[in-house]
Design a protein around this ligand. Structure first.
Ligand code: ADP
Ligand code: GN1
Ligand code: MG
Length: 358
């Protein structure tokens, strides 16, 4: 039996293992599409190796995901195509949420959602609208999640002042001897320290939020383009609603890749922003407060800045966190984020006026 067949056989999947292929472009976990055949019928599943260096409490992580997906399944039960509207965990044959292999790797399996796909780069305002509507709907469905509070799978995840302090430590330590290659980016970051606390200072309500709402974490239906299912639930935990909106703006308004080396194409395109704001508010209007709404634009600027700080800190530390395929990739990623911050700063007033008009 191959390694993947052995791992997959730990899960309560009917039939015989057929094949495995890597999928997705996430920076943290390893994701595979696997095929099984039961009674001659092929069926697909998602097999994921959880990065347990980053998600150190795997039991708490999976408990969050099970609570959230069960809640969503109940709330979506009456809808057409309801099985495709939420992730569902396939347990192990021992009824556990994840499996630890003999090498100490952590694995989980989800039902595969067919006829839908994710996009790394936004293709149209219609797509931005659908993605944002889906993420807003996700927050809305979680608004009545019963107590207790979800676990913090990564404490301080969107605590930007803490991310800023971590960057300062990376600059001071300069363990990879790269600080001299990133002088401009370091200066750009340091000049924005005062802004990093804008959301923490605003006394926003804590909610169950997604916290990683980049465009490629929502599946869009192949036929209709509808934002059908929010995925990548590792960071679903207590958070601030505007952070989720901010990460959509960061990841779905620029026509360039997150690691583009040609910065000329990196801009915050206003029509994409407008579509995101309309899509998000179409679902979030049901629950967001005026203070949350008035902080959506600040959150866009903040989350792009925070992501740049994180990529820069990782670059300076020698790339321990994000997967990289070339030595300066994290610096390239940082540069696109800071270019986006600058673009948002130029358009902030118009963005704010638009949100107020909706
Ligand atoms: P990562 O944490 O590495 O970003 P994701 O959970 O986002 O991993 O999954 C990576 C990719 O795998 C997604 O972008 C999507 O294309 C695909 N994918 C994940 N889960 C499913 C699913 N249940 N059905 C279909 N495709 C999926
Ligand atoms: C990581 O797992 P993935 O690729 O969806 C990261 C996010 C970043 C994103 C930047 C757990 O997300 O916080 O915004 O990369 N996830 C974690 O692309 O750190
Ligand atoms: Mg992902």
């Amino acid at each position: 039996m191959t390694r993947f067949a052995a791992i997959a056989s730990a899960f309560a999947i009917p039939g015989e293992f057929v094949s495995v292929s890597p999928t997705g472009s996430g920076h943290i976990n390893d994701t595979y599409r696997i095929a099984f055949a039961a009674a001659g019928q092929p069926a697909h599943y998602i097999l994921q190796r959880i990065n347990h260096h980053i998600f150190t409490d795997t039991a708490a992580l999976m408990q969050n995901i099970q609570r959230v997906t069960s809640h969503l399944a109940i709330k979506l039960a009456g809808e057409p195509d309801s099985q495709r509207r939420t992730l569902s965990v396939i347990p192990t044959r021992d009824s556990l949420a994840h499996h630890v292999d003999p090498l100490g790797n952590y694995w989980r399996v989800y039902r595969f959602i067919e006829n839908a796909r994710t996009f790394d780069i936004v293709a149209s305002p219609a797509q931005a609208y659908e993605a944002a509507r889906a993420f807003g709907h996700f927050q809305c469905l979680l608004a009545d999640l019963a107590a207790p509070r979800l676990h913090d799978t990564i404490p301080g995840f969107h605590n930007t002042p803490k991310r800023f302090a971590q960057l300062q430590q990376s600059i001071a330590a300069d363990v990879a001897n790269r600080a001299h290659l990133a002088r401009q980016e370091i200066d750009f970051a340091l000049a924005r320290e005062a802004f990093t606390s804008v959301l923490l200072d605003a006394q926003l309500p804590e909610r169950a939020t997604h916290n990683d709402t980049k465009l490629n974490n929502v599946l869009l239906d192949d036929r209709t383009g509808e934002g059908i299912c929010v995925i990548d639930l590792d960071t679903v935990m207590p958070g601030l609603a505007p952070c989720d909106f901010g990460d959509m703006v960061r990841s779905a308004t620029s026509p360039a890749a997150e690691d583009a080396q040609d910065l000329a194409r990196v801009t915050m395109e206003f029509p994409m922003f407008e579509a995101l704001a309309r899509g998000y508010l179409a679902s979030a209007n049901e629950f967001i407060t005026p203070t949350e709404r008035s902080h959506l634009v600040a959150a866009a600027r903040l989350i792009a800045l925070e992501q740049g700080l994180r990529f820069l800190a990782d670059y300076l530390a020698g790339d321990p966190y994000y997967k990289t395929h070339r030595p300066s990739q994290n610096l390239d990623r940082c540069r696109t984020q800071f270019k986006l911050v600058a673009s948002i700063e130029q358009q902030e007033d118009a963005m704010q006026r638009l949100v107020e008009s909706l």
